[in-house]
Design a protein. Structure first.
Length: 191
């Protein structure tokens, strides 16, 4: 399955394909674009999602994965913009399979929430303490500290390794972090 991923940055590019591969239980060929690099002549996630959907169609890809962080979006405006844009595309007949995710506070929390995936992915000893994603104030910092304890030299490779191991059923805070909603949306839209 060939998918376009749109999210915030390199950490998401390293993490999201493995997560989606696990959710859909199939091989993924990923292309990645950052939200900031989508030049639409205007601002807003709604406009950018429509532009990304057009790119997905023109490249002949099977679908689009759009993920935003909730870190500074307390009223869930980003989710509303993305789901509105997806509905407008469907209503207009410009169908593209689009899965939407809101990571709370960001995608690193989705990885941190599967303790076994972190330990296995980073080759850490079983006694290594993995902070709870549900209580972590800064999941990215917690994950970076764990990566520093590993043998990985590149953060992106470490994130890829963890994401390849994540299983939704082991995530204790999947409702709190937005991962459960994302996984459900992926299965509904792309399976």
């Amino acid at each position: 399955m060939k998918l376009l991923f749109v999210a915030d940055g390199p950490r998401d590019a390293a993490s999201l394909p493995g997560l989606v591969r696990s959710i859909l239980e199939r091989e993924i060929q990923a292309e990645f674009t950052q939200w900031a690099h989508l030049r639409t002549g205007g601002r807003g996630y709604e406009r950018k999602l429509k532009f990304a959907a057009a790119q997905t169609r023109s490249r002949g890809l099977n679908g689009l994965i759009a993920v935003v962080d909730q870190d500074r979006d307390r009223r869930n405006e980003r989710r509303k913009s993305l789901t509105n844009a997806r509905q407008e595309l469907a209503d207009s007949g410009k169908f593209v399979a689009i899965a939407v995710g809101v990571a709370i506070p960001h995608v690193d929390a989705w990885l941190l929430d599967d303790v076994a995936a972190v330990r296995t992915g980073l080759h850490l000893p079983v006694e290594t303490v993995i902070p709870s994603a549900g209580k972590a104030k800064y999941p990215k910092d917690d994950l970076d500290q764990l990566i520093q304890q590993s043998d990985f030299k590149e953060v992106s490779k470490a994130l890829e390794s963890i994401s390849a191991q994540v299983q939704e059923g082991r995530c204790q805070n999947a409702d709190k972090t937005g991962f459960r909603d994302f996984a459900t949306d992926c299965r509904r839209e792309l399976k």
